[in-house]
Design a protein around this ligand. Sequence first.
Ligand code: ACM
Length: 622
Amino acid sequence: MVVLAALGLVAMIQEPIVIVPQPESLKRMEGKFVVDRSTVIVSGAGAEAKAKQLAEFLRPATGFELPIRERAEANAFDVALDAKLTQLGSEGYRLVVEPKRVILRAAEPAGLFYGIQTIRQLLPADVFSATQVRAEWAIPCVEIQDKPRFQWRGLMMDSCRYFMPLDFVKKTLDLLALHKMNVFHWHLTEDQGWRLEIKKYPKLTEVGAWRKHSLVGHYNENRGNPKYAAERHITVVPEIEMPGHAQAAIAAYPELGNTGRQLEVSTMWGVHTHVFNVEETTIKFLQDVLTEVLDIFPSKFIHIGGDECPKDEWKASPRAQARMKELGLKDEHELQSWFVKRMDTFLDQHGRRLIGWDEILEGGLAPGATVMSWRGTQGGIAAAQSGHDVVMSPTSHCYLDFYQSKAPGEPLAIGGFTPLDKVYGFEPVPKELSADRAKHILGAQGNVWTEYIPTPEKFEYMAFPRASALSEVVWTPATGKDLGRFMAGLPVHLKRLDHLRVNYRRLDGPAEAPFGEWKSGEVGETPVVREWPLPEIPGAGEYAVTFSYSGGDHRLDISWAEIVAEGKVVARDEHEGVTGGFDRANVYRFKVPGPLKGAVLRARVRADGGSDSNGGLTLHRL
Ligand code: ACM
């Protein structure tokens, strides 16, 4: 009895071990390993790059420059490849933490990398910050054996509707790596903007990356990203949309369209009727684009979109109709299928594989195609039944641009309702599939479309912690999933995200209650300078104020905003922002030099088209 009571006490005072995603097996042992200035990293042959990454991950918070050695007696991380560990696959690892040694083994470097992510999460949460002062950095003794359930563990970023800056793309890759996710699906072309520079067709970005309302940038730096991702064992899967969602490309090169008319890059969201024509020259154009895409992105899978391609223009175009006859096709669905098959053949000839949204099933699936099932799971089931590979990403569970709460105060979203527990509960393998067919389910992915996500802050708000939940869907064995355990541990994991300055959605709602508001009748068409008292600012740092429209017929335009204390402007952000309908640049950032009490937020605002506009202002520290 005494012994049991003592054991109970030990269990009570021990911090729970929270690793997201939950490993396949985890056994807690007695004792701890202490990392200090004298700790070394022992690297086996072939593990040097991973050993170096371990040192780099630990350095910012600890300040320790852990040396990498060939051997050491004690107080060492021992990182080595072990070809015998094949039962853990190419991404699995074994981690044994003993009081004098941390032994990490994997068959391949990816497994070591994931073991390192687990080591990071076994340390106190502030290991994710810049320099921290700590008496000791302790890792509890454990034995972990771990490997992913699925090979495709993805997140999609839409960089078309709103430009997402390069640093933010890198931060997102870092967050995916932390969650052991390995596919970054990058949506790069759209009606509203073409984001990838193509040397042969410069107008795609010179013209196609810009729209009249809401100025958006284009990426010249994309070419460096696959390497950054590869070091984190993430594959960047680029998406070049065809034959629909093509208006920006047609605006740049009208000969790609069906009408010959000069179009503009679209300023409206939704499904557009302007799609690529089916001329041989257009096929060649797009294959030239893909040739450059293949040069930039080493990914085996290349996404060609394929979704939401209205057939109106093909039906109305004598050229498209003639082409259909010439090719012996019976309808426009078969014409789309023919289009996609041309790309499938092309990618196959170049040693790559085509993936597309589930509409590519219509009119007949291309022989080598993999299907990304988004309109529910039926498309994925049909594709798997016919022997094609599938990535599950149904709107019901995987659309991270949908609302995550029905409570008031939630920022504007595209619609839908996908709360955290629903994402967590997603089962990627449909019951309809036999074990044999289930092998075609490569995994799942969350999609962050950005029509209503103009800033990195809001992207993070929508993506996390739902992407954390998704990481267990795709990594943890189905039998190891447990919503209660996940939710109980989540506050520990969110502390890590705090240290990483991720603007995730707090479990109790939007990050901050509004400190100010504007109401119908208060702001009209003529710009006014308004002031709102700010809450106390506790110390120097970077702060953001978000203007969020909540209702009414008129949006709010903001010309500038500043923080004023004792009559003096302390910090100012001058740029045009909009909130309402869709938000654009509606976050104002301020470098505040020290604590402030009794300060106000002053801004020049107008309501566009009338005075029926309502909304609130929130403050958060960056
Ligand atoms: C999609 O959401 N249109 C794939």
